[in-house]
Design a protein around this ligand. Structure first.
Ligand code: CTP
Length: 209
């Protein structure tokens, strides 16, 4: 299987980047839950400070959304199950400056362009029998926005995190999720440790097989 985890960093100049607060804990917990059952897992991760000891996890470290996309392409065709848990940057600077940008005016503007939506690409190129799961991080209208992403990205299931829930999302060891599947079923879970949440995700994926 293929799992992504962590943030991506999009370089502005040699010392600065655009990033986000993802720690990679949820993606690592998912990779470990499957690996403990014997799955051969490729874990593509952005810049994180986590380690994993499990032998059947092959870790591929990347920095940017472009690098994550190319790493995923390399392993997608041979993966039966894919869970995209990374918080991929949606935009990257149009130009990466070769030298450090010097401070000048009181305000500055960076021109950004969209990154490749990895999950969208994988959904468009999904083969019969492959199971593709994504995440949706929302602050309002969680079920509605996540359901839209599920169909737009051709997913089998989507795991919704709502930052409105205390203890859920980035930087916590806990998470509170809802899972929506392609049949429109909605599964609501309590706040749990990310390890336990990974088990819930694993069980819902098993139900799709
Ligand atoms: N994702 C991805 N590539 C991107 C952006 C997102 O693969 N360039 C994946 C994430 O890994 C996640 C899912 O898409 O599994 C949803 O990410 P999210 O940020 O919630 O949604 P977006 O599609 O980026 O939409 P928006 O930020 O507008 O809510």
């Amino acid at each position: 299987m293929l799992v992504t985890a962590g943030p991506t960093f999009e370089k502005i100049d040699p010392v600065r980047f655009i990033g986000n607060f993802s720690t990679g804990k949820m993606g690592f917990a998912i990779a470990e839950a499957f690996a403990e059952l014997g799955a051969k897992v490729t874990l593509v991760c952005g810049p994180v400070s986590l380690q994993t000891e499990l032998k059947n996890i092959t870790r591929i470290d990347v920095i940017s959304a472009d690098e994550m996309f190319h790493a995923c392409l390399q392993y997608y065709d041979t993966s039966d199950i894919c869970v995209m848990a990374a918080a991929v940057a949606d935009y990257k600077p149009v130009h990466q400056e070769l030298q450090k940008i010097k401070k000048s005016e009181n305000t500055m503007t960076l021109e950004l362009e969209k990154t490749q939506d990895i999950l969208y690409y994988l959904g468009k190129n999904k083969k019969p029998g492959q199971i593709l799961a994504g995440f949706a991080l929302e602050t309002i209208n969680g079920i509605e926005f996540a359901s839209e992403k599920l169909s737009k990205k051709n997913l089998d299931l989507i795991i919704l995190n709502t930052l409105e829930d205390e203890g859920a999302g980035f930087q916590y060891d806990t998470n509170k999720i809802n899972i929506i599947d392609k049949f429109g079923n909605i599964f609501i879970y309590k706040l749990k440790s990310k390890k336990e949440v990974a088990q819930d995700i694993l069980k819902s994926i098993a139900l799709q097989i």
